[in-house]
Ligand binder design. Structure first.
Ligand SMILES: Cc1cc2nc3c(=O)[nH]c(=O)nc-3n(C[C@H](O)[C@H](O)[C@H](O)COP(=O)(O)O)c2cc1C
Length: 331
């Protein structure tokens, strides 16, 4: 195992210092992100299939750094209409040996206007940029759609696509938005809120789902989102399940290696269930991807792209380029 200085400081401090480390490290890297198994999707050019997951860079503090570090695309956010702080108490824990993280952050971010400003300041980018949107914690589920639509409309011109996050376990009641009662009209209204003159010019809207639903619930979500016309799925968010040997609190979400199997099962289930109806929709797999074999397995089983959060914390920000080196001959 290589030396990981950030593992010697508390998880929350490492989290708070990460943007400085990421931005500094990126200055030492050449400009071009590594190319391996590139993808062109609806006019967007992905130099490789490995991207930055939602939550890592919520307000876009390292926008120029991610392509230089080797990301093939980035998902910024989750962003909410208004700035908000984190949930009270401990919000992040880490288990380096178990390659696992636990968090109950609850979308701390500086608000959609701050993200918009940071994206504008960053200027042109060499990789696609998605923005992951959510609701403020004080907004009820009945009013939630307004928050999502506000974020979408304010950021729409500044990104290549939107990810609708209704699967974080850390905003009370958020996952209820995944149930039929809410989801059907909620997702349709969000899709309809896209400013655009013609259907063919609309930017993609993907939906991020939880790994904790039963097969029945999950197929219902897939049916509803397919019928409503979403452009793809991000599978999956963190899990509320726990594994033996990791002393994480019962609330909050777990990610990293212990989420691998569950997230992979959801990907295979979705790819199989959607089948030919997928058309040119996009599936992004995320959850427990810790090495190049995980990347290969996800792409071989229905994912078009993959994303990481925990691997960046456990293995460090060189992870993108390390994977690039291992996969550079994969075309
Ligand atoms: C500390 C932390 C914060 C997160 N914040 C968000 C978030 O704001 N929005 C989101 O959609 N997912 C968030 N996630 C979930 C990740 O995007 C990802 O779905 C999950 O961690 C599984 O991937 P991994 O095993 O590679 O970490 C967060 C995860 C962690 C560990």
């Amino acid at each position: 195992m290589s030396f990981k200085p950030w593992s010697l400081i508390p998880a929350k401090l490492a989290h708070d210092l990460a943007p400085i480390g990421v931005n500094t490290l990126s200055l030492l890297m050449p400009d071009e992100p590594p190319h391996w198994k590139p993808l062109e999707w609806r006019g967007l050019k992905f130099p490789n299939r490995l991207g930055l997951a939602g939550g890592v860079d919520k307000t876009g503090k390292c926008i120029k750094a991610w392509p230089k570090l080797g990301a093939g695309f980035m998902e910024l956010g989750t962003v909410t209409p208004l700035p908000q702080g984190p949930n009270p108490g401990t919000i992040i824990m880490r288990n380096m040996q178990g390659k696992a993280l636990w968090n109950k952050m609850g979308f701390p971010n500086e608000g959609v206007q701050a993200l918009k400003k940071n994206i504008k300041n960053a200027g042109s980018l060499s990789i696609p940029l998605f923005v992951n949107i959510g609701k403020n914690r004080n907004t009820s589920n009945e009013e939630a759609e307004k928050d999502y639509i506000q974020c979408l409309q304010e950021i729409y011109d500044d990104c290549d696509g939107i990810v609708v996050n209704i699967s974080s376990p850390n905003t009370k009641g958020l996952r209820e938005l995944q149930t039929r009662d809410y989801l059907t009209s909620f997702i349709s209204r969000i899709l309809e809120s896209r400013p655009g003159v013609s259907q063919s010019k609309l930017k993609p809207v993907l939906i991020k789902l939880s790994p904790d639903s039963s097969d029945e619930e999950f197929s219902e979500m897939l049916d509803i989102t397919l019928e409503s016309g979403v452009d793809g799925w991000v599978l999956t968010n963190t899990t509320t399940h726990r594994v033996n040997g990791l002393s994480f609190p019962s609330e909050g979400g777990m990610s990293g290696a212990p989420l691998k199997e569950l997230s992979f099962e959801k990907l295979k289930f979705a790819a199989n269930y959607i089948g030919e109806k997928k058309g040119d929709r996009l599936i992004i797999s995320v959850g427990g991807i810790m090495d190049e074999n995980d990347i290969r397995m996800r792409l071989a089983n229905g994912a078009d792209l993959v994303e990481i959060y925990s691997a960046l914390v456990i293995e460090g920000p060189q992870f993108f380029r390390n994977m690039g080196k291992k996969l550079k001959n994969w075309h």
